[in-house]
Write a new protein. Structure first.
Length: 392
């Protein structure tokens, strides 16, 4: 069955044929979807017939958000840690250990319920594609079950056995690295598309990161890296040299890091919800864009450093705090995320793209930053099917 959405005030297409590789939009537009795909876009006056017609009444339609960085398989919560941090306590990577303990004790149904609640939140806020990492199990069995559960809700599954060194390996990190790139990888690779390492002081060194990414690559997994979040370090350079799809965080970059990203296919994925929630300085988005790097925006939804599932919130932060234009922020939250996940079928609304899209209760994409904190996403379609709708 074909569906025509007409009288669209602003249709954000990000279509390459409409002007280069960046943000692109039509006004007074219409879109037809059929068989799960976008079949046609153009002026509303020229829209072809369809089985079903939806009147957008001047509202904006955008590609569904692509959240390329999220940690959704976990148990427990860390609200008290957040409150203490806001009261002045520092953020340290070690807080992850408390979530690891809770996750190991949780049953599969408990983990599945949490995952499904967060995936539902994301969908209602317009996210139609999301990545999901393991990293709170850190045993062979717990990492494998985390990935198996993640694979129930998304194809973008990332093996993050190298999140931190778990407490039981504190005296022998080499043995843990061997486990991550050996037996644990063997058990996890069948469920995952990606391999990720937290390359940071207090987590994994450059050499350890290179070794783990290479082992993952040998099992068919594509690298991505948590890089340069807490301070300057080798993460970005390792990501670029390993051919990673994405270097995520990029909060503390040198000129050489920016140049390496700009000269590579590695996407710089910025996670401004983390800086908001840890009260750290924001990444230099303008510097990355000026150098020609590809920038994506994602939530990093996780129980410790940033517990938001909202891409609209991240867009508002990117505009207000990182000085991205509203066009750049929306592109990075859609097409940018798609680049970071090697997904040419999403993040844009050209004919042939997946019909993953959202309607705002607003006339333009700019309202996502202009009206921060307001639930503007009024309807979401995934594979051309209405998947979430606000009460009108
Ligand atoms: Zn993360």
């Amino acid at each position: 069955m074909s569906t025509l959405i007409t009288n669209i005030g602003e249709l954000v297409t990000n279509a390459p044929e409409q002007g280069g590789s960046g943000f692109a939009a039509l006004t007074g537009a219409a879109l037809v979807m059929d068989n799960g795909l976008v079949a046609w876009t153009g002026p509303a006056s020229k829209a072809p017939a369809a089985d079903e017609i939806i009147d957008a009444r001047g509202r904006a339609v955008l590609p569904g958000f692509v959240d390329s960085h999220a940690h959704l398989v976990f148990a427990g919560e860390r609200g008290a840690e957040f409150a203490a941090r806001m009261a002045g306590a520092p953020y340290q990577a070690g807080g992850i250990a408390s979530t690891v303990a809770a996750t190991r004790h949780a049953t599969d149904p408990e983990l599945r319920a949490g995952l499904s609640r967060l995936a539902g939140e994301m969908l209602r806020q317009g996210t139609t594609t999301f990545e999901c990492k393991s990293g709170y199990g850190l045993t062979v069995a717990d990492e494998a079950r985390s990935l198996s559960l993640a694979a129930e809700v998304t194809p973008e599954v990332t093996y993050l056995g190298a999140h931190i060194i778990p407490p039981e390996f504190a005296g022998d990190r080499a043995a843990y690295v061997d486990l991550v790139r050996g037996e644990m990888l063997e058990a996890c690779a069948p469920y995952a598309r990606w391999v990720d390492v937290f390359c940071e002081r207090g987590a994994f060194t450059a050499d350890e990161t290179v070794a783990i990414l290479a082992a993952g690559r040998a099992k068919g997994l594509i690298p991505r890296v948590h890089a340069n979040q807490l301070g300057p370090g080798p993460g970005v350079q390792v990501a670029v040299e390993s051919g990673a799809a994405s270097a995520d965080h990029c909060t503390h970059l040198t000129g050489a890091d920016v140049a390496a990203l700009a000269g590579s296919a590695t996407v710089a994925t910025l996670l401004p919800g983390v800086e908001f929630s840890t009260r750290q300085p924001y990444p230099d988005a303008r510097g990355l864009l000026a150098a020609g790097a590809t920038v994506a925006l994602a939530t990093d939804c996780n129980p410790g450093s940033c517990f938001t599932s909202s891409m609209p919130f991240c867009i508002a932060l990117a505009v207000r705090e990182m000085h991205m234009t509203t066009e750049e922020a929306v592109w990075s939250a859609t097409a940018g995320g798609a680049r970071a996940l090697h997904r040419p079928d999403v993040g844009h609304l050209s004919a042939g793209a997946r019909a993953d899209l959202l309607m705002l209760d607003a006339p333009s994409h700019a309202y996502l930053a202009y009206r921060p904190g307001v639930p503007l996403v009024t309807a979401v379609w995934r594979d051309a099917k209405l998947s979430a709708r606000a009460k009108e």
